[in-house]
Design a protein around this ligand. Structure first.
Ligand SMILES: NC(=O)c1ccc[n+]([C@@H]2O[C@H](COP(=O)([O-])OP(=O)(O)OC[C@H]3O[C@@H](n4cnc5c(N)ncnc54)[C@H](O)[C@@H]3O)[C@@H](O)[C@H]2O)c1
Length: 271
């Protein structure tokens, strides 16, 4: 029960990585605000947590709307006295925007702006309002969700990748500016993780190729990311701040020729 007495909010908490974190934190004793743009899915996640004996509230947050952060965080502080943990996880991933995030010659500028603004500004707003709530209580832990596409460049999705790189820098900036006020800020950078977003936005054959490029030989699950987030949120990580943990099965650890090299060296010589 690492989080007994702690109050947490998870944005994008109704599905995928966010839902896994919400369930994990609640199962270890935290009161969890499941914040999402999808109210019915957030309510369903809250029901799941309560059915398992946890405490949770559904919160409406669209990360593009500053007022939503203010209202939702105030609700948790009024109801439970404080905020200790924010998993700042949602990104602007509207399917019509992501499908047009092809390359910088083709992407409509307004789509670039929407993805960049939604994700970077939304993550910044989460940090801003969490810090304002955590400060009076001596601090807290913020974990932003970046992506391996923000660590290394990908062939497609430039607006998504550049916005996630900005999330990584924002993480370090927040850690630097507010460390002396007890605020820790870290990020997780997942590789492909099996979630509804992944299945909706990436072709199955390409997902399989990504599994090939991991050092584990398989893709991670939302729970793999939630474990890392929970550790960063916990007091066990009290000396860890301003860092990015690549939760990626080693995808970003090796040379680009890894999959080719395995085929080259592991295929028995012909003739
Ligand atoms: N799945 C992956 O492979 C992967 C890899 C790296 C990073 N990520 C990142 O992880 C995060 C979660 O992705 P996921 O795969 O769990 O997706 P998901 O689609 O399963 O869940 C995302 C949740 O966020 C909510 N959401 C969408 N737009 C929102 C907004 N404007 N405000 C608030 N909530 C909003 C959705 O309703 C949904 O409940 C995102 O930041 C994504 O970029 C995912």
């Amino acid at each position: 029960m690492r989080f007994k007495g702690k109050v947490a909010i998870v944005t994008g908490g109704a599905s995928g990585l966010g839902k896994a974190t919400a369930l994990r934190l609640a199962s270890e004793g935290a009161v969890v605000g499941v914040a999402d743009i999808n109210d019915s899915a957030a309510a369903a996640a809250v029901e799941e947590i309560r059915a398992a004996g946890g405490t949770a509230e559904a919160l409406h947050i669209d990360i593009c709307v500053e007022e939503d952060f203010k209202t939702a965080i105030a609700r948790m502080v009024d109801g439970y006295g404080k905020l200790d943990i924010l998993h700042n996880n949602a990104a602007y991933t509207a399917p019509e925007a992501i499908s047009q995030d092809t390359d910088i010659l083709e992407i409509p500028v307004d789509i670039w702006d929407r993805i960049f603004e939604g994700t970077v500004r939304g993550t910044m707003l989460g940090c801003r309002h969490a810090i304002l709530a955590m400060r009076p209580n001596g601090g807290g832990s913020i974990i932003n969700t970046a992506s391996m596409y923000g660590v290394d460049a990908f062939y497609k999705m430039p607006a998504y990748g550049v916005s996630k790189a900005a999330v990584i820098h924002l993480t370090k900036q927040v850690a630097t500016a507010f460390g002396r006020e007890g605020i820790r800020c870290n990020a997780v950078a997942p590789s492909m993780i099996t979630t509804p977003l992944l299945e909706a936005s990436i072709p199955a054959a390409f997902i399989e190729m990504n599994a090939e490029a991991t050092l584990t030989g398989y893709l991670g699950t939302p729970e793999d990311v939630a474990q890392a987030v929970a550790w960063l949120a916990s007091d066990e990580a009290r000396y860890i701040t301003g860092h990015v943990i690549n939760v990626d099965g080693g995808s970003t650890a090796h040379l680009a020729t890894y999959s080719d090299a395995r085929r080259f060296y592991d295929t028995p010589a012909q003739g």
